[in-house]
Design a protein around this ligand. Structure first.
Ligand code: CO
Length: 134
């Protein structure tokens, strides 16, 4: 069912500092930070030849990544995103297998403007998974 690795997301307390690490030390191409109020994050995309890295910083009062960053003050891998062809079909197949879809279970428009869902880390080897309809 899953296809390409779309991105790995790393949550940090300061996306400017994280951008400098990726740009200056690792020599990657990084975007300018963008604050997404709906998602409660400020995001920077790092473009790699075969995938992307998303650098996330909490934004606003009720950021969904605030507690993660509080627990991981030097940053940490927050989720991995796999592409699927049809997100509703993928969801039904996963639910039938007993996997838990987070939130109300309905796809939302993600940081890339495409429908996404998140899957419970306890059902997937301890990693929070985002599915994005490619
Ligand atoms: Co993501």
């Amino acid at each position: 069912m899953i296809g390409r690795l779309n991105h790995v997301a790393i949550a940090v307390d300061n996306v400017e500092r994280a951008s400098a690490v990726y740009r200056d030390a690792l020599g990657a191409k990084v975007s300018t930070p963008e604050s997404l109020a709906d998602h409660g994050v400020t995001v920077v995309f790092v473009e790699l030849p075969n995938t992307k890295i998303e650098l996330l910083e909490p934004y606003g009062e009720n950021s969904p990544i605030a507690s993660f960053v509080a627990k991981n003050p030097s940053g940490g891998i927050h989720h991995i995103c796999y592409e699927v062809e049809n997100i509703l079909e993928a969801r039904e197949q996963l639910k039938a297998s007993g996997a838990r879809v987070l939130g109300d279970g309905e796809p939302r428009i993600g940081a890339h403007g495409k429908p996404v869902l998140f899957l419970h880390p306890k059902d997937f080897c301890g990693a929070l998974i985002e599915l994005e309809q490619a």
